[in-house]
Design a protein around this ligand. Structure first.
Ligand code: SF4
Ligand code: SF4
Length: 124
């Protein structure tokens, strides 16, 4: 049985263009997940389970899991674990338990830029 929801709302870490691994470009560009959340509200098909161990998935609160257990439950394109307002202030309600696809989406990476562009947010 999945555990009960963790009441803490942990934000993403902040990343800036000065961090290693981010694409070169405008030094002033900032990809700040805590004021974004675009990738978490991009598509209901996005936060799906893939390479996780069963034990990892069982720790995600049931209320955030889709009915067919294939991924995170979404409301429209938005993951149900996302709190806040996209493009202003957001956080992941299960940050420590988030699926692997969420961990793989790197600020400034291809998926990030696609999601940000779809929400009309700066991409450079
Ligand atoms: S779209 Fe990029 S900047 Fe926005 S929350 Fe996702 S990884 Fe962070
Ligand atoms: S689980 Fe967290 S990081 Fe993943 S899509 Fe949902 S809100 Fe975003």
């Amino acid at each position: 049985m999945p555990h009960e929801a963790n009441p803490s709302r942990l934000p993403w870490p902040s990343f800036t263009a000065a961090d290693p691994g981010l694409p070169a470009g405008d030094a002033a560009a900032v990809f700040d997940c805590q004021s974004c959340g675009a990738c978490c509200a991009y598509s209901a098909d996005w936060p799906r389970f893939s390479t996780e161990e069963d034990a990892q998935l069982e720790r995600i609160p049931e209320k955030f899991v889709s009915a067919d257990l294939s991924g995170m439950r979404c409301e429209g394109a938005r993951c149900s674990a996302l709190t806040g307002e996209v493009g202003k202030h957001t956080s992941c309600g299960i940050h420590d338990l988030r699926p692997d696809v969420c961990r793989a989406c790197m600020p400034g990476g291809e998926d990030c830029l696609m999601a940000r562009a779809a929400h009309g947010l700066a991409v450079s």
